[in-house]
Design a protein around this ligand. Sequence first.
Ligand code: GLN
Length: 536
Amino acid sequence: MTKYIFVTGGVTSSLGKGIISASLAKLLQARGYRVTIQKFDPYINIDPGTLNPYEHGECFVTEDGAETDLDLGHYERFLNIPTSKANNITTGRIYQNVINREREGAFLGKTVQVVPHITDEIKRNIRILGETGNFDIVITEIGGTVGDIESLPFIEAVRQFRWEMGQHDSLVIHLTLIPFLAAAGELKTKPTQHSVKMLLEYGIQPDILVCRTEHHINMDIRKKIALFCNVNINAVIESIDASTIYDVPLLMLKEQLDRTVISKLKLSNKNEPDLENWKDFLGRLKNPTSEIRIGLVGKYVELPDAYKSITESFIHAGAKNECKVKVECIHSEHLTPENAIEKLKGLHGILVAPGFGVRGIEGKIEAIRYVRERNIPFFGICLGMQCAVIEFGRNVLGLKGAHSVEMDTDTPHPVINMMEDQKRVTAKGGTMRLGAYDCDLKKNSKAAAIYGKPHISERHRHRYEFNNEYLNQYENAGMIPSGINPENNLVEIVELKNHPFFVGAQFHPELKSTVANPHPLFVNFVAAALAYARKN
Ligand code: GLN
């Protein structure tokens, strides 16, 4: 039977519920349990796919094509197992399901209400993953902060769910903040007491408190928290700031979070956690033998969360190469032909980021010209790949005004065109080419060598594609389509013949890089940048 763990947050947002959930899941997985994590987001959008990255950070895309919260990226990077659309549910989705059923007549004669209809739908979504039979433990992270109006139905659903289940079948972990008052020289427990009190008002007694803190919590403070919040002393878990998120599983192990969970859920005590590979990764991450500088060219660089999966992929690939990768964000809007040399000098590789719309596009194209002409390693992702095609068209093939029709509908050379089946699409939500698609790699190409196999599958999120009418011209001049979708011949990878590393991917490799499986394109890009650094 599946056991359920709920993770709520109190006092403030941004305490890192996602990382704590992923770390606990990692420890349980390392003991041999089958674990997954799902996230409930209390906003009304059906999914974050239509949100600006400035609002909500990166949009993470699952194998089955759901546009989801970036925490799902952490879950996958820690656990090395894919998530799906069932792993991220918003208030919007819950209401949509209920309202659709109301229109079908499922509630004929009845008034449809938050309790029980919305809470029933939330509970149904909590159970979905457990009912697959694939998991011993489902961790459900409730987004937002306890006390927010919008998360109330979720909290109420958790209360009902726990009441309906056996005593040892579920538990609640409440993540809270223990602030340090410098003037008093003290850690303060009052905000935690208040936030637990608020949970109690909603009928939920947390079983475990994970206390985020900048300073160690001594025994007196632990006792005080335990006493005022009705939890055992060993259920007061310190979560101190860490230098890397990948340290958190080991910090939680030290605090015995996994043991406490196992005993409260009366799980059969499996093996001690096997974290050898994890520790090996951390060892290499923290003891690099070299260092490189990579430029990340994009237009959302003010908000690092906008490129979360990319920066994490560099961490995985850096550790693999025992190399510290310093990612330097470069605003594409500020790059011009006049200042490119100044702004890009000294970099050992450049990644041009995914994106939408015309803002900053010329800066991206300029950065690509810079690296192509100087034989500096280049990696383009999605829009970054499309920009590489535009740059090559304009500056090598002499196609004046070459562009993507996304940016210029009247371009004389639409080298990036809208995909055929996208032309009929008018609605914006969830209508891009999304999720995993197969791709065949060209024999003897760089891509085939990097992957070490002829067929791959990668995740997508786009509406535009390489225009195959220009394919011959590009190939003859040295830009090779080295990855092709076998069903419709879409170009998924381009690479340059006479360049040490110049690869553009229409898909998003960053979505599949994990601690256990760093993505080969990132690993090889970092290796190429390292080789360039050594030579120059
Ligand atoms: N805007 C481009 C497209 O829709 C690229 C999308 C992306 O970079 N994810 O095709």
